[in-house]
Design a protein. Structure first.
Length: 102
């Protein structure tokens, strides 16, 4: 999988891919105050199957380095060729102690 932020150039590259693509819109900055006010760091996640393959039982994993958030996984049962699947559950859990130090 490849990760592309949602801007014109990278979206065009995603259309040419032979692999499924993950398009993510992420907040430009995130602080402890953002965390306290429940401001989402991930605005949208979209999985696009730009291939001619049926994809089944796949998992998308989110991790961070440094570890300011807890790992999260999404399970996708099926993606047909040409499918565009927006993920509704975008809530991620943060390490409040790490954010407080920054």
């Amino acid at each position: 999988m490849q990760i592309f932020e949602s801007n014109g150039t990278e979206e065009q590259e995603a259309e040419k891919s032979d692999n499924p693509t993950v398009v993510v819109d992420v907040a430009a900055s995130f602080t402890y105050a953002s965390y306290q006010n429940a401001i989402p760091v991930i605005r949208s996640i979209l999985i696009e199957n730009n291939t001619d393959r049926h994809i089944e039982n796949c998992r998308l994993d989110l991790t961070s380095s440094p570890s300011f958030l807890r790992p999260k996984s999404w399970i996708v049962d099926r993606l047909m060729p040409g499918d565009r699947l927006p993920l509704v559950d975008r809530k991620v859990e943060f390490d409040a102690a790490y954010l407080r130090l920054k």
